[in-house]
Design a protein. Structure first.
Length: 73
């Protein structure tokens, strides 16, 4: 029996509770991540964060288009 068929054989109430449990687990993980990173010494320095922000900076430039309507289609 596959995992999907096992899941589908559960009652709707059980599937809903399972979904709520997974969302709660994910929320707890997102909420506690900063504390865990601090405890393990995995936080980035100010310089590292600035370097990452500089690398991820998005530059938007216009490519082609009609000059009369401003390039908006």
């Amino acid at each position: 029996m596959s995992l999907w068929s096992t899941y589908r054989s559960l009652t709707p109430k059980t599937r809903a509770l399972f979904g709520v449990g997974v969302m709660a687990w994910a929320s707890i993980g997102l909420w506690t991540t900063p504390q865990v990173e601090d405890a393990l010494g995995m936080t980035s320095t100010k310089e590292e964060q600035e370097a990452l922000d500089k690398q991820l900076a998005v530059r938007i430039s216009r490519v082609g288009g009609d000059e009369k309507d401003g390039g908006v289609n």
